[in-house]
Design a protein around this ligand. Sequence first.
Ligand code: ATP
Length: 233
Amino acid sequence: MLLIEDLQKSYGQHEVLKGVALKVEKGEILGFVGGNGAGKTTTLNCITGLVEQDYGKVMINTVPKSQSLAYKKQFYFIPDTIHVFPNIAAYDWIHFVLGLYEKTDDAKLQSFIHIFGMEKSINKPMGTFSYGMLHKMALITAFTISPPILIMDEPLNGLDPLAVVAFKNCLKEYVENGGTVLFSTHLLDVAEKICRSICFLKDGKIILHEYLENLLVDGSLETIFMEKQANEG
Ligand SMILES: Nc1ncnc2c1ncn2[C@@H]1O[C@H](COP(=O)(O)OP(=O)(O)OP(=O)(O)O)[C@@H](O)[C@H]1O
């Protein structure tokens, strides 16, 4: 589904990604984990085109990143910071985005608005939204589009407990219907419950990529992460 080969990115003299290689199979829920500054956001931004890599290949569903429009229709990206047009109503904005993906199914959209409890806010200007509400809006958009792969940077940030439950249920259904997920998180206990596989990034390099069922034989994800962080140079 997603193939990354030898991804390299520097900001000035600072080498941030040092040859990241990753394969995400269809139906995966891959948790992308690493310390602050490890390069998770930079990797996701390179995959989604917010940032151009210096070197390396990225392909989704065999469509290379260079084929811009066809490539962009393969995924929906929720960044860590969601920038919006403050005076536009969330509902109108979502409709506009759905149109870009040719997925204007209003019944489906209404059902996700309901699932995330956004009925009362959806017609309000996005500039009036809290951080968590913006994330709910992005999740409603993502699940309505239901693209081949969902890529999310810290999607659980700001979500209230009800929304976290809704997120988990929607994610399960999305994957059962053929979707694939790549998301970064610092919440190892949540990752342990949601993900099928885990990838640890340290100093711009992948130090582990494994199915959870194989990993958890050796202890909790938290313990394994601490050991890997300490042991990998
Ligand atoms: N636009 C930029 N210009 C210069 N340096 C940058 C830029 N974006 C990121 N960096 C640097 O690249 C490194 C990796 O940052 P990145 O945001 O990818 O890490 P991260 O793993 O997502 O961290 P966190 O868990 O804190 O969100 C950091 O040292 C950061 O300072």
